[in-house]
Structures are given as structure tokens and as C-alpha cells.
Design a binder for this molecule. Structure first.
Ligand SMILES: *Cc1c(COP(=O)(O)O)cnc(C)c1O
Length: 410
């Protein structure tokens, strides 16, 4: 069988005694500590390194927010808390998670369509900023704040007329459930201010998973120009601008890492020449997968090795119920292989083309299609890389009743 390529294993993963090591520990030891597979392992070292590299590339003026939906594990939130400036959440469940880790609500902003009244109330009571997605949501927020005798902190999420080019998921431009159409933002901002809320500024999120520096540079320039125009129309100072993010990571064959030095240099240039309307504005970007995606590895164990019509299948105890994206069923049109390895034979030469599958009784449950790997046996551990974002929390863990994977921060 002819092999199909896999995505690039993130740089810096090495072997100890022939095994993949994460955070300086070989995988068999990590699995022993955890007590079971399947297991998500998130590396503190890699989280630290990623934030440090990003800080070095970005101008100092730019705050870095962590978008919690990428990985809401309590230990990941706790680890990120001193590393980032703010937290972007998208539900009251995420609000509870960040507050439980001792994050000051003043650092938290809450975006996302369909916020219920109880969610608005929890955020207002805690003192988090609401990134309002519609006029109706703003009205409900103002009414709830009046009832609570609290001052709501409200920013407006703008639905811009442009989008982040080459983005994996488009979230701006045209008719969208996200944000308030740009031309209606000034009136809403003035209404919020007139009704006694603390106006916290604007939020423009244009897309996700972009690997092109030019596309991100262009989107950021557009966001700054839009914020300037809206601020002039609003006629009040802009306290804060959340410029969105969209920084991607390589998942698939041929993907190249985003050139953050280029993004940072272009942004430094813009920041040094900000228009008057934005001269005192606090600026930030919000990133999920870029911060945590490559720090995570999903480990599962080979349960069975079988041959069907000449094709070798390695059947694992993992699958799409934990790693929906790697199976190709989360926002992809054509299924391609994530970076994978036989973790217990990490430095062995590949000599066999196999299909890596999960344990679910559905043909959708594929972790690797025709991948060239060192030949493996039941008991070996399989690693699926780029598992730190949209893995455990973005997969249907109850599907077929196998239950959730373990998660461990090392
Ligand atoms: C999902 C989301 C993010 C995070 O996206 P990543 O691709 O993980 O960086 C940031 N902001 C908003 C508003 C989002 O919906």
C-alpha cells in the first residue's frame, strides 16, 4: 500500500531510551503515572516557550489573551494565568473555570452568541467584560445591570466587512451570527455609554487557523483602520481594542509554521504610527490554538493488530471521541493525516504502512490513513500531535460510551 504523508511533528520532541519524551519524561512513565490510556499530555515547558517566543516577536504594547475554549483544562488555565494578560471566554462554564483558578474577573472578557440571562448576570456580578454580540444582548445586559445595581462593563464585538484570508474558519465578513454589523456599532456604543455602562471598547475577530503572515498583517491593518473609523463616529475614547487572533499551527502535510516575526514587525510599525483616535487605546490579540495546540500530545494504546485484504490495521483504545479533529470530522472537507508516531518506538526507522484507527464502531474513526511507521504490536503507544487545542473538550466523549480520556499537565 502506498503511504500518505502526515503533518509535521512539532519541532523539539525528542526520544529518551527510544521513546517519545514529553516534559523530559518518556511516554511509558507518563502513562504509568496517569494510570491509563487514552491520555492527553500537556507540557508546561512548551506552553512557557510558546508564550516567550510570542512575547519576543510582538511589540510590548500588545497584550496577549488566552482563548479558553481551545483548552479549558483547569491546570492549563492555572498555568497560563501568570503568562498571559487576559482570558477570553465564551460561556459561563468557562467563566466559572477561570474564576476558580483565581483569575481576576477584570482580566476576563466574554464573547460568544446566545449568552443567556443567567450567564450575563454571572459575568456582570463578577465584573467581567461582556463582548456584546447584538443590540438585544446589550439591552438585556443593561437591564440586568440595573437590577443588580452594578455597572456593566461592555465592549462591542464588531462584525467587520472583511475577513481573515486563508482562515480555516471564517468568522467575519457578510451575514454572521457573530458581532454587530460595523455600520450599526457607533449607535450602539453611544447607547451603551448613555445608559451608564462602562464602555470597554471594541472586539474584532476575523478568523482562525491562518498560516499566512501576510493575511494576518492585512487583517490587523484592517482592524486598526476600522477601529479608528468607528471611534471617530462614536465620539468617545476607545479604551480597549481586542484585535482578534487567528494565528494557526501546522497540522497537515505541506503546512509551514506562521512567521510571527513578520507579523510582529508589521504590528510594531503600526503601533509606532497609531492614529490619534487610538493613541491611548489598550491593544490585545486573542489566541487559542497557537498558544496551546502544539503543547499537547494524545496518547493511546494499540489494542489489536489485524490484516484485512492485505492492509494492516492498528486498532487503538483511542479515537474520534477524544480527537475529533484528527479523524477529519471537525471542520475539514478532505481528510488529511495529523502528525502521528509510534511513541514507544519514536526513533525506530519506519518500515510499514498502516491504517491507525480508533475503537469506535464507525468508519469515521480514523487517526491515520496509510501512514508509514515503525511496525508496532499490541501494547505499543501511539502519539497524535497537535492535540493541545480542540481535543478533549471539542470531541464527543460520550459517543459509544467509552468515556473521556485522562488529561495530565507535565
Ligand atoms: C475560537 C475563538 C478564538 C480562538 O481561536 P484559535 O483559532 O484557537 O486561536 C478567539 N476568539 C474568538 C472570538 C473565538 O471564537
Amino acid at each position: 500500500m502506498k503511504s500518505k504523508p502526515t503533518g509535521p511533528i512539532p519541532a523539539g520532541f525528542t526520544a529518551i531510551d527510544g521513546e517519545l519524551a514529553i516534559g523530559g519524561k518518556p511516554v511509558t512513565q507518563i502513562v504509568e503515572d496517569a494510570g491509563r490510556t487514552p491520555l492527553f499530555v500537556y507540557s508546561r515547558d512548551r506552553l512557557d516557550q510558546r508564550v516567550a517566543q510570542l512575547r519576543a516577536a510582538m511589540p510590548q504594547r500588545i497584550g496577549i489573551n488566552y482563548a479558553v475554549k481551545a483548552n479549558p483544562h483547569p491546570d492549563v488555565i492555572a498555568h497560563m494565568a501568570p503568562l498571559v494578560d487576559g482570558f477570553d471566554i465564551a460561556s459561563s462554564g468557562e467563566l466559572a473555570r477561570v474564576l476558580k483558578q483565581g483569575v481576576d474577573a477584570a482580566r476576563v472578557s466574554f464573547a460568544g452568541p446566545g449568552k443567556r440571562d443567567d450567564e450575563l448576570e454571572a459575568a456582570i456580578a463578577a465584573g467581567a467584560t461582556l463582548n456584546c454580540e447584538s443590540e438585544g444582548e446589550a439591552q438585556r445586559s443593561l437591564a440586568i445591570a440595573r437590577r443588580l445595581e452594578k455597572r456593566a462593563r461592555i465592549a462591542i464585538r464588531v462584525n467587520p466587512s472583511f475577513e481573515l484570508k486563508g482562515s480555516g474558519m471564517k468568522m467575519g465578513g457578510g451575514a454572521k451570527p457573530f458581532g454587530v454589523d460595523a455600520e450599526r456599532v457607533p449607535e450602539l456604543a453611544r447607547h451603551i455609554i448613555a445608559n451608564g455602562a462602562e464602555y470597554r471598547g471594541l472586539h474584532v475577530f476575523t478568523g482562525s487557523q491562518a498560516l499566512s503572515a501576510e493575511a494576518i498583517i492585512e487583517a490587523q491593518a484592517n482592524v486598526l483602520a476600522l477601529a479608528e473609523e468607528l471611534t471617530e463616529q462614536i465620539g468617545a475614547p476607545l479604551p480597549k481594542l481586542n484585535m482578534g487572533g487567528g494565528f494557526g499551527i501546522p497540522y497537515f502535510p505541506g503546512d509551514e509554521p506562521l512567521d510571527i516575526a513578520a507579523v510582529g514587525a508589521a504590528l510594531a510599525d503600526r503601533v509606532a504610527n497609531l492614529p490619534q483616535a487610538l493613541s491611548d487605546t489598550e491593544l490585545c490579540i486573542e489566541l487559542g490554538r497557537y498558544l496551546v495546540g502544539e503543547a499537547g500530545v494524545y496518547l493511546c494504546r494499540v489494542i489489536d493488530r489485524k490484516v484485512s485484504h492485505g492492509t494492516v490495521f492498528l486498532v487503538t483504545d483511542g479515537g474520534l471521541h477524544h480527537q475529533l479533529a484528527a479523524s477529519g470530522n471537525f471542520g475539514t472537507v478532505v481528510r488529511r493525516n495529523y502528525p502521528v508516531a509510534i511513541a514507544t518506538r519514536f526513533d525506530a526507522d519506519p518500515d510499514e504502512v498502516v491504517n491507525l484507527v480508533g475503537c469506535l464502531c464507525t468508519p469515521l474513526d480514523r487517526l491515520g490513513d496509510a501512514v508509514l511507521l515503525p511496525s508496532a504490536e499490541p501494547g505499543d503507544l501511539v502519539a497524535v500531535f497537535c492535540a493541545g487545542a480542540y481535543g478533549a473538550s471539542a470531541s464527543p466523549a460520550d459517543f459509544l460510551g467509552h468515556g473521556a480520556a485522562a488529561e495530565l499537565v507535565v
